[in-house]
Ligand binder design. Structure first.
Ligand code: KE4
Length: 423
């Protein structure tokens, strides 16, 4: 595969940005290759600067549930741009999007728009601390909630990939307020509540852990988290930056029928533009400035172009529930193909799949927690990644990420992908 132009651009970028990228996972560090520079994308396809075409299962890490450059989203955004890009003042679109979000997710009684998932989770935790007047939080090892100081403790995603789950630059005093439990391990959660009575402001969890690969909540785990947080006056925060509008229009909380106190959304909610949201119970959110003392602000929050993309994307998803049926069915087909790959090639592979999210772990273990995910052979993943790339399939450049199926993946795309998986 010719990647000469990507190599040239990479050299230039390396001189300007750390690792030549604006987000670490894009550096392809754990798959032993230099990153491909993308020129454009359309539907299920992504095209690099050397003209190589790929069927894309990264989907920009989740936003691309309808595929790239959906014509109706592009048309709406183009129209919105000529009216101005940002005003720093309220617009009707923010209320329109917020009303749609609440229609889809009734627990979002009151919400605030921000520009990234990191801002959303950081602000949700501040709201929970302001409401409970407590300092400590619980997160789970291998879960990733963005890069705010207190959450870069045993984090997932690229922090795990680069094996820096505890980032440099985070003062120990910050990290001390973050208690770490094990996903799907109720005892590890009970112990933290017993040893920190009445001190825990919030427990934040990815209802489906999708930043250590994809790890599903075991039967009763989420219900347990709901109960123990309610018993202890602790705010339950569902980080649905990935699962929101991905598993269903109601997100994971609808899929698993749990009523969290606060929820964060990102990715899909902005239709690919910089947009995220945090919100939930009115009694908590009413404490956020200007109605309360929890300060949070943002120049581009609720940006008119991002809200336009979000409105159109959610409208398309609400009008076409059949998209969810299709992307889940295709994800199941891919999961089956990985299982066949394991049998035919006699290689250890464990597949987790829920809705249109899946991950093929290169391990013989039944991956249901962080330890299981870490047992994966990342060198084997790197070789699989290279084989898929050579077959024209673009999957995550890290074992500890998800594979995303979009509504733009055609039957032909899926067939070609299965062929590549079984090659
Ligand atoms: P952002 O700040 O990257 O918009 O969102 C942070 C975040 C919060 N919560 C969850 C569950 C997330 O998955 C993320 C970000 N996801 C990663 C991919 N696993 C973004 C990709 C990247 O870091 O470049």
């Amino acid at each position: 595969m010719n990647i000469a132009k990507s190599e040239e651009l990479y050299k230039v970028a390396l001189d300007l940005m750390p690792g030549g990228v604006n987000s670490p996972v894009r550096a392809f560090g754990s798959v032993g290759r230099n990153p491909l520079f993308i020129d454009h994308a359309k539907g299920s396809r992504i095209f690099d600067v050397d003209g190589n075409e790929f069927i894309d299962y990264v989907c920009s890490w989740g936003p691309g549930i309808l595929g790239h450059a959906h014509p109706e989203v592009i048309e709406a955004v183009q129209k919105a741009c000529v009216d101005g890009l940002t005003f720093g003042a309220p617009t009707r679109k923010e209320s329109e999007l917020a009303a749609m979000i609440r229609d889809c997710v009734p627990s979002m009684e009151l919400m605030r728009m921000v520009s990234s998932g990191t801002e959303a989770t950081m602000s949700a935790i501040r709201a929970a601390r302001g409401y409970t007047k407590r300092d400590k939080i619980i997160k789970f090892k291998g879960c990733y909630h963005g890069h705010s100081d207190g959450l870069l403790v045993q984090a997932g995603s690229a922090a795990l990939t680069q094996s820096v789950p505890d980032s440099a630059g985070v003062p120990a005093s910050f990290a001390q307020q973050t208690l770490v439990a094990l996903y799907n391990d109720k005892d590890s959660v009970r112990e933290l509540f017993e040893n920190n009575k009445d001190q825990i402001a919030a427990l934040i969890v990815e209802p489906v852990a999708a930043n250590m690969g994809v790890v599903l909540p075991e039967e009763g785990f989420l219900e347990f988290l709901r109960e123990i947080t309610a018993e202890n006056g602790t705010v339950l925060i569902f980080d649905e930056v990935i699962t929101g509008f991905r598993l269903s229009v109601g997100g994971a909380q609808a899929w698993y029928n749990i009523d969290p106190d606060l929820t964060t959304f990102g990715k899909i909610v902005g239709g690919g533009m910089p947009m995220a949201v945090y919100g939930g119970k009115k009694e908590i959110m009413k404490n956020v400035a200007p109605t309360g003392k929890v300060y949070q602000a943002g120049t581009l929050s609720g940006n008119p172009i991002a809200t336009t993309a979000g409105i159109k994307t959610l409208q398309l998803l609400m009008d076409h529930p059949e998209v969810y049926t299709k992307i889940e069915a295709n994800a199941k087909k891919l999961a089956e193909a990985f299982k066949m790959r394991a049998q035919q090639k006699n290689i250890p592979l464990h597949v987790n799949q829920v809705g249109s999210l899946l991950c093929a772990f290169h391990t013989a273990e039944n991956v249901k927690d962080y330890t299981g995910a870490l047992s994966s052979d990342t060198a084997a993943y790197a070789s699989y990644f290279g084989d898929m790339l050579e077959s024209g399939i673009y999957v995550a450049p890290s074992q500890f990420e998800a594979m995303f199926v979009s509504g733009a993946h055609s039957d032909e795309d899926i067939a070609r992908t299965i062929e590549a998986i079984l090659k």
